[in-house]
Design a protein around this ligand. Structure first.
Ligand code: FVH
Length: 303
């Protein structure tokens, strides 16, 4: 495999900071990534199943490849951002002969198991493989709000990093390719938990004819205020210490939470987003942990 010691991604005649990079997949995210690479001054080759989506990027200076294999051949660094791993396999599998010596950076959402399997598959075909998780939405790519998680061979990451930094902050998590999707999915689950809570909150206030827009600043303020407890919660979980310095014990929370279910029923709002936490609270209290902190619930989530 080619790596930093063999010249990285620099090509003869290219300006110092200009690198050749190919992007496979021009959905909303792939387009934003290609845009960011062009804006950073790189030589970008793009491919998409629906070829017309490449046109706006070609206008900005990208080269459109006729086939995915041509796009892979155009650059040593190949960024893949497709719908799912099945589509990645469908796109790459027919021409494995073009993969040797490339670094594939797969930013497609998937599981740790899928990432490890694809890393082995890529290695079998002579390619380095980095898996990634994009912690941003397309409009925030290349802004300070965006960060991307990576895992896989550290040498491949170090070589690719100057290019990948165009997307936002780059966070390398380790050699195991499954680490980036694991952290990606963990953060997305946190996000959906927050959105699920917010949706339930909006449904409650709307049931009384109140404006969601007027309520939104309160939601934001309270979620941000409570978010600062993440580090303290993490410290308790790492230490397994749930009983010291507790200010909001589980027994108290379980009593209050029962009201959440009744209030939802009174308002004609579904309880399906809030019931699971109630079940966990009740079980943990019944198991004799009513005096403990919220972080203690994590013990019920470990199989
Ligand atoms: N958009 C977002 O907010 C999130 C942010 C975090 C990361 N995700 C993940 O990024 C991957 C791509 O997401 P996307 O937003 O670009 O998704 P779409 O706009 O729906 O584009 C999908 C692209 O995948 C191509 N594609 C789908 N199936 C196939 C296939 N069988 N063979 C070849 N290409 C395929 C599709 O092509 P086309 O429909 O335009 O021809 C698009 O290029 C994703 O994993 C997110 O979870 C985004």
């Amino acid at each position: 495999m080619r790596g930093p010691q063999q010249g990285g991604y620099q090509r003869k005649g290219e300006a110092m900071n200009e690198k050749a990079v190919s992007v496979l997949g021009l959905g909303d995210m792939g387009t934003a990534l290609a845009d960011a690479l062009l804006a950073a001054g790189h030589r970008v080759t793009v491919w998409n199943r629906t070829a017309a989506k490449a046109e706006p990027l070609v206008v900005k200076g990208a080269t459109r490849a006729d086939t995915a294999a041509d796009a892979v051949l155009a650059s040593q660094l190949v960024v893949v951002c497709l719908l799912d791993y099945d589509s990645v396999s469908q796109v790459l599998a027919p021409r494995t002969d073009v993969l040797a010596g490339r670094t594939l950076v797969n930013l497609t959402n998937g599981t740790p198991g899928q990432a490890r399997e694809m890393a082995t598959w890529a290695a079998d075909h002579g390619a380095d493989y980095l898996d990634g998780g994009i912690m941003a939405v397309p409009p925030t790519i290349a802004t300070p709000a965006a960060f991307v998680l990576y895992s896989g061979p550290s040498g491949a990451f170090d070589t690719a990093r100057p290019v990948l930094d165009a997307f936002g902050g780059s966070h390398y998590l380790g050699e195991d390719p499954g680490l980036a999707p694991l952290h990606d999915i963990a953060l997305l689950c946190g996000m959906y938990g927050m959105f699920g809570g917010a949706l339930h909150a909006f449904a409650l206030v709307r049931s009384a004819g109140r404006s969601a827009a007027e309520f939104a600043p309160m939601v934001r303020r309270y979620v941000e205020t409570m978010g600062v407890h993440a580090e303290a919660m993490a410290a308790r979980i790492d230490a397994g210490d749930y009983a010291n310095d507790v200010t909001s014990n589980l027994a108290m929370q379980a009593a209050a939470y029962g009201n959440f279910l009744v209030a939802a029923e009174e308002a004609g709002v579904s309880t399906e987003l809030i019931t699971p936490v109630h079940s966990l609270l009740q079980r943990r209290v019944a198991d004799g942990h009513g005096h403990e902190d919220t972080a203690s619930l994590v013990e019920l989530l470990r199989n």
